[in-house]
Design a protein around this ligand. Sequence first.
Ligand code: AMP
Length: 564
Amino acid sequence: MTSFGELALRPELQHVLDALGYEEPTPIQSESIPPLLGGRDVVGQAATGTGKTAAFALPLLQRLEAGGAAPQALVLVPTRELAIQVAEAIHRYGRELGARVLAVYGGQPITRQIRALEHGVDVVVATPGRAIDHITRRTVDFGQLRTVVLDEADEMLDMGFAEDIEAIMEAVPAERQTVLFSATLPKRIDGLVRRYLTDPVRVLIRTEQSTDDTARVRQVAYLVPRQHKANALGRLLDIESATAAVVFCRTREEVDSLGEALAARGYRADALHGGMTQDQRDRVMTKVRNRTTEVLVATDVAARGLDIDHLTHVVNYDLPNAPDSYVHRIGRVGRAGREGTAITLVEPRQHRLLKSIEKATRNKISVETLPTVADLRARRLELTRSALAETLREADREDAHEQYRVVVDTLTDDYDLMEVALAAVKLAHEAGQGDPDDDVADIPQVRPSADGDQDRVAPHGGGGGGKSRPRSGPTTTIFVSLGHAAKVRPQDLVGAIANETSLSGRQIGAIEITHKFSTVEIPTDAEAEVIAALQATMIKGRKARVERYKPPAERGYKPKRGRP
Ligand code: AMP
């Protein structure tokens, strides 16, 4: 199956897919949807990011009679975040059918869920523990279920939900369709499959692709929460000085909105997707070929067969949904012996898909820390410096700057030459580079943990990052007497330290900002230097008191009795 059209989905579903800008099914979808529509059980190997939600949601919506007295589908997921995310996705796909979808998870008042269930729900997306609660309280009737989905089954087992799943499966009709998706298929999953699925179709997405072409491509990935991806992309394009990049997105909608966002930030960016006329596409391709376009934002389908020989960067703005498609995408750089860079933005939850792509393609993709504001500043200053150096070299050759001598001569009556030079550099810098503060918002640094599955967000925003920071060396926390009240942001502290001391942004550790003050973790041997420098400088236009941070206990604070 290569197009959604061939599936003969109900018009309400097809219409939503068109509106979302899905151009073609992902591999897991083309393998799973036809058997599911045919009523078969399916067990599929699929991680978050492969399009697995639509793979089970579209078939269950296809057979849904919305507005019934009891739920017709139950989706079990391991975590509350996933419950919310999956419920939102099913709601989106089923919106024209009027499907009523409810996420049911621990941590939310059960009474609210009971009221919603009484109101009428067609699809329940639940964590196992809360599903059991509702079954025991008889606040849900699973007697009419037609479909049960076990999503991220391996994770549910890892989290100790085996017994809960068993109890739930006892309580649902024997006559039902069962779907199981799991990122990995260890033996324990086999046990579930044998007990609860009937003669299932097995869907494994394998890669046959040779990866020789990609050997010369530098492959890096960054973990970035969804809402920060556009900012992160801008920062990376700047740091990398990308002159010809293709940025891949999954949907037409995303291509359009990212193309506009990049253009608004001053990139020469164009969009390419299957919803455009041939004429429009030809025009874009001409601009790409004659190098008018720096950044082409495209869907996989639109970029098929695209051959741009001066391409320097491929960016996976969205992780491709299967290893094959990763190889196809990045094969566009590094052709004919040239070198190129492939950058992949990974949302924290998709870390597993990245691992499986790495494994399937036998490529090493190094997960790096996003450049900080300080890195970006340094890079932009370097660009200004080299532009000035180039101009100075021209002056040597052509005496071309004589006409400006009068300006410098008159200014040096009142200012010294260094001050004049600094002002001129500032003007040149701002004209050429802009102020990074304009387009750099806080981007939390997310680092993969040792097991690679759970990710954590570092306590500060635009600050230094993990990998190259000497985490092993001793660190000291310093206290700065300005906080949220003075509108201080992490990047202000990182910027001040990186500008005024010998530390780079990457050597700066955790930053905490409270209403009245902030704390910054730095290498112990830089303590005196950082304190002196910050005391001498202004932060957000204000002088701060800076000293070594003393935790409350050292300050004579006595915890109240009864508190740990
Ligand atoms: P999932 O693996 O279900 O978490 O889906 C990952 C992302 O892929 C979601 O943002 C979906 O909206 C998107 N997606 C799913 N199917 C398609 C498709 N056929 N074409 C483009 N995007 C898709």
